[in-house]
Design a protein around this ligand. Structure first.
Ligand code: NI
Length: 178
């Protein structure tokens, strides 16, 4: 079992940094992978990237099956040094949210399928052909490793509306707790 780490929120500068590759998958890294997974489940997210917990390393975890209300957990994917090696021409558009931008959602265009190469929990080289929701989750989390948030992929107008709403809700939360 891992421990729950702090999730950094927009506009923390660590979210804008480009992450570095991991040298090797050892016990120390696996302990961090466990912490990332616990943090993701505790935050009710379907994916988490290392920069979101303040670590600029190329690591993501994903479980698109997880549903905390129902107590359901799927088979989590641990991806170390993930690389998209193929993208479909076909695109899909779906609503995305992010643990680092709480309470907000927006439609984002993504490739409908991607082929990803990565190191798994045991340091073995794996490939997966992902489609639809899983492909979207992988592209969203991989963006984090390059300092890109989903709000960087929507129009300037939509982004400024979303950020205004975020600021307003944060202010309301602050006032409530005072
Ligand atoms: Ni995110």
């Amino acid at each position: 079992m891992g421990k729950v780490l702090e999730v950094y929120e927009y506009p923390h500068p660590v979210l804008k940094k480009v992450s570095l590759p991991v040298d090797k998958v050892d016990d120390e890294l696996r302990a961090f992978l466990d912490d990332m997974l616990e943090t993701m489940y505790a935050s009710v997210g379907v994916g988490l990237a290392a920069p979101q917990v303040g670590v600029s390393k190329r690591i993501i975890v994903i479980d698109i099956v997880q549903d905390s209300e129902e107590g359901i957990r799927g088979e989590p994917l641990y991806m170390v040094n993930p690389e998209i090696i193929w993208r479909s021409e076909e695109m899909i558009c779906g609503e995305e949210g992010c643990l680092s931008i709480p309470g907000q959602r927006a439609d984002v265009d993504r490739h409908q399928m991607v082929r990803v190469r990565y190191l798994d929990y045991h340091g073995e080289c794996k490939e997966v052909l992902a489609e639809d929701y899983l492909a979207v989750a992988i592209q969203h989390e991989l963006d984090h490793l390059d300092g890109i948030l989903y709000i960087d992929r929507i129009s300037r107008l939509k982004r400024s509306m979303l950020l205004k709403k975020l600021a307003k809700e944060r202010k309301e939360d602050e006032e409530e707790t005072q």
